[in-house]
Design a protein around this ligand. Sequence first.
Ligand code: CUA
Length: 324
Amino acid sequence: MAGIAAGALLVAGCGGAQSALDPHGTGARDIARIWWFMLALSSVIFVIVLALLAVALWHGHRERSAGGPGPHEGLAFVVIGGGLVPLLVLAVLVVVMATGLRGLSASTADPALRIEVVAHDWWWEIRYPDRGAITANIMHLPAGQDVEIVGTSDDVIHSLWAPPLGGKIDLIPGRTNTVVWHVDSPGTVRGQCAEFCGVQHARMAFEVVAQPPAEFNAWLAEQAQGAAEPSDDLARRGRDVFFSSSCVSCHAIRGTAADRNEGPDLTHLAARPSLAALTIPNDRSHLATWITAPQTVKPGGNMPPTSLSSDDLAALLAYLGGLK
Ligand code: CUA
């Protein structure tokens, strides 16, 4: 009964948007295949070892009552069972892993697109250098194509990991690491920073949205454009609030004078589904909290609180809400 319950729990952990055993792409499939192979192999070995242990206990019991074993008895078994067999098993694993993981290395692919990821405490900057588009915490890419992900860090070591797509890559200040993702079909998966990087490490998540190539190209063309002009007086006033508050000293809005890179690029902020690296949804009330009291959402984060009159805040929200 307990075994069935444990088994059900185990299998329940294999699904979901952030599971390495629910591969959505070639790299993750290679990793999952190796994982299942290792599980099967180690299960077989585990059963054999338990069976040998049972035999030894039974056999030893009988031999003790018959006067004990001879001096060289069992030496051949130790050499074979303790030396040759483990060597063989490890050799098989080396070959399986070396061939299975070959597809993960960047040099074997001819990527259709290059995306740069810069990790920050505690969010992800996602850049499309060919088109000048920059976003944060959500990566769109074309399904069915090889995409080269080139990652680095702006501060400490982070690790980019979207388990359904492939292995982790460390993002290290001053150097770049590369991985190739190939997502089979359109869909969304979740990724997470996989290297402890400070108090908000756990709230450093991102989404990867794979789209049909035409849809992706339309998205990218939109993201490459500068910010929308404010559509009414309230939003225009909100833009003035933005430029007279501390917002402008950390954020960029392409097409305006705001060009700082300390925080996420806000050019198309309203098109993103979440804020603060997937910590809260991107709607008017959460955005208001994020602007005025970010430390209640993400204590220790670099976003400082901005105190604004309620009129100024309403105007700023109108402006930011128009940045589609
Ligand atoms: Cu970034 Cu952990």
